[in-house]
Write a protein that binds this ligand. Structure first.
Ligand SMILES: C[C@H](N)C(=O)N[C@@H](Cc1c[nH]cn1)C(=O)O
Ligand SMILES: [Zn+2]
Ligand SMILES: [Zn+2]
Length: 516
């Protein structure tokens, strides 16, 4: 555990306003499980059912992708709720006791609205079985056809060229993996196979926007809904390439910022006022250009000094990963990597911090040549956090630097730096029975041993689960490195969806058979 405590964000000021007290990781007490022998007969029946019911399972994914559950946007609030209801219906049909639970309110577009509810469910309550908790998210990133999608992003489209790719927003992040668990449950039900573990599940609808409210929910339910959980599995990341399955034992964190510059109280004609005023956009572009160099170097003083040194063991783990530069070039559709060194590239993605500029709200971006001076603009950027770059120490450096640089501009506009959401980095020890079970399941289903990776993306709530529940968390991805999560033409290969379903079933059976 590298950083302790989660910071609660302020939406109106540039400062972090509260910090949770330090919590030590709790260790689950040892419970004498009845040894449940692994049965290859059970899983082969399940695999046969999954193979024979592929179109039904794809249909389930199509229904889910058809609900545009984009979080953090007032226009999609009803769709996010509809997606939660869809999960409840599906889970109930599968024999899961499922319900939605409120997690509070937040501000959207200046209005106070309910946060998307969490969907929780459980099936099985046998004291002789281990209890597995699974987490996933049912919200998705925004997507518009005009962003460059080949097909409507909210209509699951099977590649007409026959590659088996299933295109649609959320196909890989994270509706496909979430439904993979439901598919595995259905396969057990339909083949009359007893579930080898008790299963608890929690699916949230705010992951893409900072998981607001979820930390409090976990804390308040730790001795109620979450009581008795032995270990946890999350499938919400991706392989590194298109052919090597992996298990993931670390995540980068994320701090998401806005630089808000405001000047006049209305948008202005650039002919009438250009040359006479301090322009907010000019200030903003100047500040944003000072955050990161074109070589990817973070220019904020002090950030590099905080990074924990790379150990020999870490270096060796990165060197052991199967990865070629071609994998990343294919995944991004171009040869624009910062280096051609594979280990440096992997470290750049997973072990080092990175700063990305995302966009400017309030800027003119439509077609045409509007000669406007926007009166206020918000520049958005994020920093991926790594051990020992935490939410707070990084934010202190960011705020000081941006304010100092703004002062140097001599502008009469107003500048505010806001941390909109933050999530700490997370890393765990993969020498745990849950990782052993996932390793064996990968060998059985994919016919090869997994690589051990750290994810460059963030699942901010992972550290909270680890700290509050004190359980091991194994990240077991389903999708490939070229799936295009958050991008245009996001997809999940049919084989990954189908084999991923088998992987989850196999993992649960291995988990039951592992000595705790
Ligand atoms: C890895 C996971 N599937 C994911 O995409 N996480 C997001 C989380 C996030 C945080 N702010 C906005 N989204 C990510 O890593 O960007
Ligand atoms: Zn995700
Ligand atoms: Zn995502």
């Amino acid at each position: 555990m590298f950083t302790l405590g989660r910071l609660i964000r302020s939406t109106s000021t540039s400062n972090i306003i509260a910090k949770r007290p330090l919590r030590l990781q709790r260790v689950s007490f040892v419970r004498p499980f009845t040894h449940i022998p692994y049965s290859s007969m059970a899983t082969s029946k399940i695999n046969k059912w999954v193979d024979e019911n592929q179109s039904h399972l794809i249909d389930r994914l199509a229904k889910a992708v058809g609900i545009p559950s984009v979080s953090g946007n007032i226009a999609y609030i009803k769709d996010v709720e509809r997606m939660a209801e869809f999960l409840i219906e599906q889970l109930t049909e599968l024999g899961v006791k499922a319900e939605t639970r409120p997690v509070g309110k937040h501000q959207l577009d200046g209005k106070e609205v309910d946060l998307p509810p969490v969907v929780i469910g459980h099936i099985g309550n046998d004291p002789n079985k281990k209890t597995l908790l699974i987490y996933g998210h049912y919200d998705v990133q925004p997507a518009l056809k005009e962003d460059g999608w080949k097909f409507d992003p909210f209509t699951l489209t099977v590649d007409p060229e026959g590659s088996g790719k299933l295109y649609g927003r959320g196909s890989t992040d994270d509706k496909g993996p979430v439904l993979g668990w439901l598919n595995a449950l259905e396969a057990h039900k339909e083949t009359g196979t007893e579930l080898p573990v008790n299963l608890k599940m929690i699916f949230e609808g705010m992951e893409e926007n900072g998981s607001d409210g979820l930390d409090k929910f976990i804390e308040s339910e730790k001795d109620k809904f979450f009581a008795g959980v032995d270990c946890m599995c999350i499938s919400d990341n991706y392989w590194l390439d298109t052919k090597t399955p992996c298990l993931t034992y670390g995540l980068r964190g994320i701090n998401y910022y806005e630089i808000r510059i405001s000047g006049p109280d209305r948008d202005l004609h650039s002919g009438a006022f250009g040359g006479a005023i301090h322009e907010p956009m000019t200030d903003l572009i100047s500040l944003m250009s000072k955050l990161v160099s074109p070589q990817g170097e973070i220019l904020i003083p002090g950030v590099k000094d905080l990074i924990a040194p790379v150990t020999k063991d870490e270096q060796e783990k990165f060197e052991a990963i199967h990865f070629e530069m071609k994998d990343i070039h294919d995944a991004i559709g171009g040869d624009v990597t910062l280096t051609n060194d594979t280990v440096k590239t992997l470290m750049g993605r997973m072990r080092n911090p990175s700063l990305s500029l995302h966009g400017i709200e309030g800027a003119f971006s439509a077609v045409g040549s509007k000669t406007v001076i926007p009166c206020s603009v918000k520049g958005k950027f994020s920093i991926r956090l790594v051990p020992n770059l935490g939410i707070k120490n990084t934010t202190d450096l960011v705020i000081k630097y941006v304010n100092d640089e703004f002062m140097k501009l001599g502008s009469k506009n107003k500048c505010q730096v806001v941390l909109t959401h933050g999530g700490e980095p997370w890393i765990t020890d993969p020498n745990h029975y849950s990782f052993r079970a996932a390793h064996k399941a990968t060998e059985t289903v994919w016919g090869q041993a997994p690589d051990y990776t750290r994810e460059g993306g963030s699942i901010p709530i992972t550290l909270e689960f680890a700290n509050i529940l004190g359980v091991n968390i194994c990240l077991l991805p389903v999708g490939r490195g070229d799936d295009g999560a958050h991008s245009t033409n996001e997809k999940l290969d049919t084989s990954n969806y189908i084999q991923g379903t088998k992987l989850f079933a196999e993992y649960m059976h291995n988990l039951a058979a592992e000595q705790a």
